[in-house]
Design a protein around this ligand. Structure first.
Ligand code: SF4
Length: 148
């Protein structure tokens, strides 16, 4: 029940693009894929083909801006979208209930994700993995069945 409420509060990609006054010709929802060189996988809420060329990656959140990890996520999706479509991403759109934030997709942002992906790969490969610490956000997390 609560989960349903959160989903309802999440803005749709179409709504986010309309609020940010971004014009597009095509929208693909739930673009899922991987980037083989960076060895990352992702599931972007939507990718829009912009009217004046290039792509926008839209990431919609039920809550509010909670820090740079939302941006990091969108940048990772942008790299995956470029790999899958062969087109350049120009814009990142982070949509919240009360606001829509946009950022230009720059080589510097791409480098940030490359560095994080490299750092994650350097983590020791232990089995079993360390137990996750339960937190308030776990109740609504997609991964809780396998994580906790
Ligand atoms: S259930 Fe989700 S939020 Fe909780 S620790 Fe695991 S991945 Fe993080």
């Amino acid at each position: 029940m609560l989960l349903l409420k959160r989903r309802e509060a999440q803005p749709s990609p179409e709504d986010a693009l309309r609020r940010a006054r971004i014009e597009y010709t095509r929208l693909e929802a739930e673009l899922c894929g991987r980037h083989p060189r960076l060895r990352i996988k992702g599931y972007a809420d939507a990718v829009a083909w912009l009217k004046d060329g290039g792509l926008a990656v839209v990431e919609a959140k039920a809550g509010r801006w909670k820090g740079r990890h939302h941006l990091l996520q969108a940048v990772a999706y942008a790299l995956i979208a470029e790999h899958l479509t062969g087109e350049k991403v120009r814009l990142l759109v982070l949509a919240y209930r009360d606001e829509v934030m946009t950022a230009r997709f720059t080589p510097r942002l791409a480098l940030w994700v490359e560095r994080v992906a490299r750092a994650v790969r350097r983590l020791p490969d232990t089995w079993p993995p360390p137990r996750a610490r339960r937190s308030r956000k776990c109740w609504a997390c997609f991964y809780r069945k396998i994580c906790l």
